[in-house]
Design a protein around this ligand. Sequence first.
Ligand code: JFZ
Length: 476
Amino acid sequence: MNIKSLISVFALFFICSMAVSPLFAAEESAVDRDARMSWWREARFGMFVHWGLYSGLAGTWEGKPVGTKGGMEWIQQRVKADTDTYAKSAIPLFKPAPDFAKEWAKLAKDAGCRYIVFTTKHHDGFALHDSKISDYDAGSVLKRDLVKEIVDAARGEGLRVGFYHSVIDWHHDQYEYAKSKQLPHPLKGKPYPNGERSHSKYLDYLHGEVAELLSNYGKVDVVWWDYSAQDFQGDEAWRAFDLMNLVRGKQPGIIMNNRLFRCKEAGWASMGTDGFIPNLESKYGDFITPEQHIPATGMPGVDWETCMTLNTTWGYSDHDKAWKSDEVLIRNLVDIASKGGNYLLNIGPQGDGSVTPETINSFRAIGAWMKVNCDAIYGTTASPFKSLAWGRCTQKKMADGKTRLYLHVFDWPTDGKLIVPCIASKPQKAFLLAGGKTLEASSGGNKITIAVPPAAPDKIASVVVLDFEGTPEIVE
Ligand code: JFZ
């Protein structure tokens, strides 16, 4: 072998090892990471969409409700249907109307969401794009590319776009579900109907579809992986580092969650939806995803996003009427922002893509509140106070070196005096965010007393603004 070919062999080896290096994320500087995360940190509020074949079934199987509570996007697993039986029932009921996605995008935009994350494929395995490597996809079955329709509609409203993508797959005939005791599968405990399976063939397919999704729809802002178990996760289960590097290679600025993993280093303490710890090494992803709950004290130093349903199911159900009130939804958004997190609030459109009146009303109520108060949400950081009896606080560093505190008052004082405890600094200015009326504020004895009107400007959350020179001194 001559020296030239020796060099090219080395060069090739070097390039290949770069392509699969799990150190990709670790090599990013803190400054670059902050720049990459900045839109997401400022956004604070996004819309989640669970929509697929299960949406048309609407929580009903063979004419009977499967349940009134819980995720009906799991219906195939709940009734233990094999993929052919499920597809035969579900496909005729999945009939997206023209322009359905425009309705979602407008609803999100008007509510004040800055991004939409939607299911490109859920656990049932049905892909919403036009896939060249599958016939269980919208392209093959409906002759439509629903991912393109949704991305175009979201971009049309100026929203950022995220792909929820399930690595669990109840359709693919090479997915070796026996490898995990913890991950769900409709045929769990039963032998593979098609004899031997090769999980590595499934992974080739998974990576292939992810490559299509991250190549053919322009810029993608978020990938929201779902999900892993302690007994099946990461590299072994999904060739996770290759998968993340594939995504980053195609979309350098992208943000990903940590659900390709289920280990301590990746922010997981246990199975279940409350098994989170405020710790995340960057090679495992960019943010932690508390599901259906808000961490009591946030997750200082870690990026996190609470995802939540409007009722109790992610995918549409005719039988779930447990809708959260506007008060709960708006106060959740405030609570999450006051703890430094994002709120990803789910809608479950029906089989034709339409959204229920309850969903529309909830998002419009949030939108009405945001129209007046969004400055107290976007671009804010966590409260400097441990707790406040009457509500929550968010804060913002202003361009002129001032600090602005936004006091979100849930329980409006009946005596006309709003008291901010544990603060030694005197505000330069106090005013109501709604309308801008100046308020009298006095300071002393480590507290600020603000004279407020007798009636709350907003029954759910009224915002009082305090401006300080520099950083206010908190004494707790
Ligand atoms: C997952 C999905 O199964 C669910 O359908 C939905 O998409 C949600 C946003 O994400 O939910 C989970 C994830 C993890 C556990 C349970 C439900 N877990 O670890 O027990």
